[in-house]
Design a protein around this ligand. Sequence first.
Ligand code: NDP
Length: 461
Amino acid sequence: MGVDNRPGQKHSSIENLVIIGSGPAGYTAAIYSSRANLNPLLVTGFDKGGIPGGQLMTTTFVENFPGFPNGIKGPELMDRMKAQAIRWGTKLIEDDADAIDLKERPFLIKINGEIIKTNSLIIATGARANRLNLPKEEKFWSHGISACAICDGSTPQFRNERLAVVGGGDSACEEAVYLTKYSSEIHLLVRSNTLRASAPMATRVKANPKITIHWETELIGIYGNDWLEELQIRSKDSNQIENLSVKGLFYAIGHTPNTEIIAGQLDTDSHGYLLTNSGRPETSIEGVYAAGDVCDSEWKQGITASSSGCKAALAAERWLNANNLIILNEQLSEIPKEVSTQTDTKISSEANYNSKAVWQKGSYALRKLYHESSKPLLVIYTSNNCGPCYVLKPQIKRVLKELNGEAQGVEIDIETDQDIAKQANITGTPSVQLFQQKKLKAQWKGVKQRNEFKQAIEKLL
Ligand code: NDP
């Protein structure tokens, strides 16, 4: 468990406020409560219930968050919220909470074997993408099936191939439109006779000649050898079964709230969403608040999540005050220094390549290091709008920094360097490969804990 503490912060054995979750709700609660000097601790989550940063990490452009007239990429918006929370003094634990006990006061949170005590708690754990649980779904997961077109759509195996998306909401429509960048034949499988998506999104899909909508259609079977090749679909109207050859299938069939960690301890509705009084953040236990999609089965927008995170932070502060439970952080005497968010690395060329640099980008650096360096070489394959890549890149950079230059890293954008991605058999982003002296030593798919990479490199040193 790594706790990143802002220098000069005071600590107590009991936290004022712990926030669980790092989507817009969690970070907004963190911004408000850290500015109120509560010195909050935010547990970002890691791989339970989605990725750190939440669902906006797998969205391309957010066009409706006020303040960004030209839209902003989902991962970039989350990066900015995170930086703002840290700037004002939020402490972060970049891990999953394993258990929460609300029977005792202070409340107890178990993370990686450690127990954290807190007087108040905000649950902002969001919701996660649903699956169909069809036979062979597991076999073809990452071998044709994905729940994130934005992350995986640009992989070579999907290019210029026939693809399918299941669902009829905003996510399904957004994914279908996004995939038309890579393929001219997208099949949208909708189980009813209407799109649940917002009107502008639905209109965009219906007007797109590359998208065929199959109304009242159920997906009933998935077939292939090593890679997905065929879907079996049934028309609910005629009961007719049809085979559809596709190389990619993208799920966009809604979400389930992430409440397992407090199962049976707080009131929920019949679908598992945390219950609060209308428009308020208080849950069924005093001092415990809910914010964002975990308690919102209806609106589920970034801005509504942020707004409920703000309310939860203000309510927690009032409640702590009323109960004389606040341990105040030292008054911030000056405005904290401005912070920066992730910036793109320049692509290396003959002119700016540096054989000693710990982190570079592009095929030139990869070729040079692969052939000429004796150090372990981590190659991270990313794509432009991939949210999980945003999560993983700083973790890998941190590992390389901790290893003091004994290993090197190269980022490969699979859209810019398609041939390299194909050769490396990359089936989704982020993917990471570890080489030493031209030999592949290990590989990973998706977001993994920092330590996994570090231990694999240390074995080679
Ligand atoms: P939704 O719950 O809105 O839609 C889920 C879709 O999946 C529905 O069409 C539903 O069908 C279908 N579905 C559910 N279960 C199955 C199943 N077992 N088999 C086949 N189809 C199924 O989820 P979304 O993820 O699309 O959106 C969640 C929220 O996020 C919404 O509020 C949405 O507006 C928002 N969003 C906004 C975006 C934006 O503004 N850019 C982008 C993406 C999401 P049915 O209608 O028959 O129930």
